[in-house]
Design a protein around this ligand. Sequence first.
Ligand code: MFK
Ligand code: FAD
Length: 514
Amino acid sequence: REFFQQQSPLLGNQFLEDSALIEGLKRVLPQEVYSSIQPDLVQFGDRVVKDILELGRQSENNPPKLIQYDAWGKRIDKLVIDESWNTLKDIGATEGLVSIGYERKYREYSRVYQYIKIYLFACSSAVQDCPLSMTDGGARLLELHGSKELMQTVYPHLTTRDPKQFWTTGQWMTEKAGGSDVANSETIAKEITGGQCQDNGAGIPTHFVSGYKYFTSATSSQGAMILARDTDAQGKSTNGSRGLSVFYVQLRDKNTGELNNIKIHKLKNKFGTKAVPTAELELINTPGIRVGSKGRGVPVIASILNITRIHNVIHSVSTMRRCVAIARDFAHRRRVFTSTLNENLLYLSTLAEMELEYRAGLQFLLDVSLLLGKSECNSTKETDSLLRILTPLSKLYTAKQSIWVASEAMECLGGTGYMEDSDLPRLFRDTQVTSIWEGTTNVLSMDVWRSIKSHNSLKYYKDSITARISASKSSSSSALFETSIKLINKALDLIERTSRQVMEEGDLQFAESN
Ligand code: MFK
Ligand code: FAD
């Protein structure tokens, strides 16, 4: 007997099928820029559902392993990484997923181009966008604070398209005593005197760094930017976050490939992001080079945070779009009672709510990417203030909404949506972390409040929304656009309410008078 066989949902070209994206890009990019990058987005939109998706699935099914000891009991801390993960990294280089932002061929529009490519890539890549995001942040940190030497030795490796030369870098802040509140960091850095240390590929180390880092994603990277407490010749240090500086550490010896005075104690047993090697590790007099000013570690590393938080937006919006794409296609293929799901109003209203959240997220993503590009190429007070508020605001909002959309998408596919090989559990797990890493929702609410107080950013933001709404009245797609704006305003309300809870009396008076 032949039983009923349900057709599976299919994914087409993820650029060409994304009408909201095409419309949004035409809104923010000049015509000549759009025409120039469109063929590349078309080819990549196809690739991300073909070889890249297959590599992503292979990475997910073959997570990293740590071999701590060899047969003779010698500590080796060898990371075993599946070849698919390394291939995804190579693809990241050749497709320019970091370099596009630094080649700046399209001036302030380069970031939009770069980030839309990563948006297409993220959900197929087993979260390879995580190390790429930190590499992007590392390159920006070096551009802003790196010495001439680091710009010559490390920066070119982070921004190249040649996979043989390409390095990724991590961002190691979190310790057992503090992830949100890094003021409790226990890792220390001792100045190196008298030429005790040789150039290890990045230049002559300035400090020995020692401490225990509780979460280090991208442990297979070549380098890391580390937060550590500066000590003077007598071993004295300053308490709190103002005693912290940033150090660049080269993870492995350039000749032997062995870890440079680093012990990997364990790989984290995570709910999601299974392919990403996230470890707990110890630095034991690891040679490092101080980057930026002494005691300015938090503002210096914030130049990474402000980039990786935008990548978080990219990942969240990418998840929403992928979930909607799967659920929409399924609606054409699944029959319930008397009709297919795409003819069922109740089902369609669920899809519409998901689509709306996705579109609001996309507006955030396009806006914040464009602002970043403008701020880097032609900084103004208004651009910088808007970027300063929109980065944490869009991160915290899209993260929360993507978790909701991914959960709905599972339900949209019925029982099969709960099965591992439907891809939806992976999408759900991977996006759940977007509200935790790179600053939790509460912590980012406080960052929004910090930006309102020090940059007057709320005024600029409200003005920009008002201008957008009046401009959209003359546009053909104004109804949908206005709905998206309403959702963005909903995010702003959330922020205002949350911020109120963390305000002190003086802050409250400040808020009332604004
Ligand atoms: C796939 C997509 C993404 C992939 C992600 C990759 C995986 C990585 C995973 C990670 O999670 S990495 C670790 C992420 N950790 C965090 O996000 C830490 C969250 N905690 C915060 O953000 C806290 O708010 C913070 C650590 C910044 C608080 O530190 P402090 O020292 O108590 O803050 P304070 O005193 O308010 O600010 C110190 C200075 O930094 C101030 O400047 P000034 O000294 O000049 O006044 C602040 O203005 C500045 N600052 C703080 N946040 C800033 C900033 N400047 C610019 N931008 C910011 N966001
Ligand atoms: P805590 O800071 O202890 O927070 C606990 C709770 O308290 C949270 O709900 C938080 O919102 C709340 N809270 C904290 N402060 C306040 C406040 N002032 N007001 C109200 N509520 C507050 N870190 C790195 O440095 N590098 C990495 O590569 C890295 N990779 C990671 C990978 C994964 C998969 C995960 C899950 C985490 C990773 N992290 C990494 C760590 C991550 O950044 C931290 O877990 C996160 O910043 C929260 O810190 P915490 O875990 O110490 O929680």
